[in-house]
Design a protein around this ligand. Sequence first.
Ligand code: 5RP
Length: 237
Amino acid sequence: MNTPATADELRAQRKQEAARHAASFVEPGMVVGLGTGSTSAFFIDELGRRWNREGLRFKGIPTSERSAQQARELGIELTDFSEQTRIDLAVDGADEVLRGRLTLIKGLGGALLREKIVAHAADRFVVIVDDKKLVDKLGTTAPVPIEVTPFGWECAAERLGRLGARAPKPRMDRNGQLYVTDGGNMIIDCHFGPIEDPLYLFTEIAKIVGVIESGMFLDDVSEVLVATEHGIDRLTA
Ligand code: 5RP
């Protein structure tokens, strides 16, 4: 007899369903932003299926080398901003979402800069998470990843510390080596704790010389699909 699925397994299943559902928004001829991470990988897989089985033709703009490679392996045609500066639809995951709002943190996968550029260029930016990522205050469970230039990162880190980040240090990879983004930059994961005023923090971070972008997405998102053990909730503006 099969053991019933656990709540976490159901959530994972629903997240996959949500990613497949988001792939159904893609229409022939569209330019599609391909996010980064495990959720986006489901989305790209489903796009690959539609490309190969249904003959759906569109162009993808990947947010990381990882997603580019996955899309290429599936045969999906890729493009870039030299050809096209408008994206019809972009789909991505997130690390924390403010409950009931389209405000979130991304970038634990290290692709936040390209993800934000793609999100800004997109007419419709859909984010998929499971309900474990919903929080009452941003910063509760996830740090804010901040991409900085390697030159003078120490100055940026000091300023981030003054803004309340605890012991800001560059991200290291699994092998203990400095993590380098696809753009050749560094990431400082900033643990601020629960953030009372996201807009204030976002604005102050952006003022720091050497900061390229932060993983706070305050007004970029069109809708969030939230996978729960019971189904998929949809949050729009
Ligand atoms: C990568 C990201 C990812 O979208 C985020 O980390 C969520 O990943 P996952 O879908 O694996 O939970 O921002 O930079």
